[in-house]
Design a protein around this ligand. Structure first.
Ligand code: ACM
Length: 265
């Protein structure tokens, strides 16, 4: 299976321009699954929830959705990208999966980062997984990586690949995603953005270094911190079905959920 990421610096509040850039860069690509950054159509910083609402997509009717769905059908690949999603009165920081058969699947960021809490609603979907051809994939959005339960939930549901659109700013994030891949024996596609966004006194410096990680924690591809980069690698997703750590340890079978404290209630 040919999987990849496209790392770039989306232009703030320039949906059409960002979309055209994505189409232009991906149109010649031979791949099965490509992951793009968080909020890659709108940019990251907004003055208010009202302003964000103007850039949020209503699924599946937003014209952008049919353009992306047609592109995936034409190219016969699947695309995961981060986008603001409007659903009734709510606005979510979502990851959308477009498959070549026209399906649009959604995951809504559960763990909002810092000032995102002022403008987004926290996700309400319990870490769903989806099929891309015969492979089970899950999605996380950026700061979700910080909570090991997020990736673990996807893997307990059968995810072989974690698709991770991000706008990372903490400098240890990339190494934490390697640990998340290792502790779950799962492929991990981190699509981070580059560049800086500023709005009033707020400045965000995004860290790039998008990467594709194997279930053993090997970095199969990595971009630099600054450059636009499209990377595609060949993987065997079946490797993520093997959870053996030693001849006598399986990381799923050896769990002791009866002893773990969830903190809930
Ligand atoms: C983040 O969650 N965008 C850091």
């Amino acid at each position: 299976m040919r999987v990849g990421f496209y790392q770039f610096a989306p232009k703030p509040r320039a949906l059409e321009e960002n979309l055209n850039r994505i189409f232009a860069r991906l149109k010649g690509v031979n791949a099965d699954l490509i992951v793009l950054p968080e909020l890659c159509l709108s940019g990251y910083l907004f003055a208010s929830r009202e302003e964000l609402a103007r850039y949020a997509l209503k699924l599946p009717d937003a014209p952008v959705c049919s353009r992306l769905a047609n592109f995936c059908a034409e190219k016969n690949f699947s695309l995961v990208l981060g986008a603001a999603e409007k659903a009734g009165a709510s606005i979510f920081n979502s990851a959308l999966l477009f498959t070549p058969n026209g399906s649009i699947h959604v995951y809504r960021k559960v763990h909002l980062f810092n000032d995102e809490k002022d403008i987004f609603d926290p996700g309400d979907l319990p870490f769903p997984v989806f099929r891309v051809d015969t492979v089970t994939v899950g999605m996380l959005v950026c700061f979700d990586y910080f909570f090991p339960e997020s990736a673990r939930s996807l893997v307990l549901r059968g995810a072989q690949i974690v698709c991770h659109p991000a706008n990372l700013v903490l400098n240890y994030a990339q190494s934490m995603t390697i640990t998340r891949a290792q502790e779950n024996r799962v492929f991990w596609i981190l699509a981070n953005r580059t560049g800086t966004e500023a709005l009033g006194s707020r400045v965000m410096n995004f860290t790039g270094q998008s990467q594709i990680i194997s279930p053993e924690g090997t970095v199969l591809a990595r971009a630099s911190a600054e450059d636009e980069k499209l990377e595609i690698v060949d993987i065997n997703p079946a490797l993520a079905l093997n959870k053996t750590v030693t001849p006598r340890n399986d990381l799923i079978a050896d769990r002791r959920p009866g002893l773990y404290f969830s903190g809930a209630g």
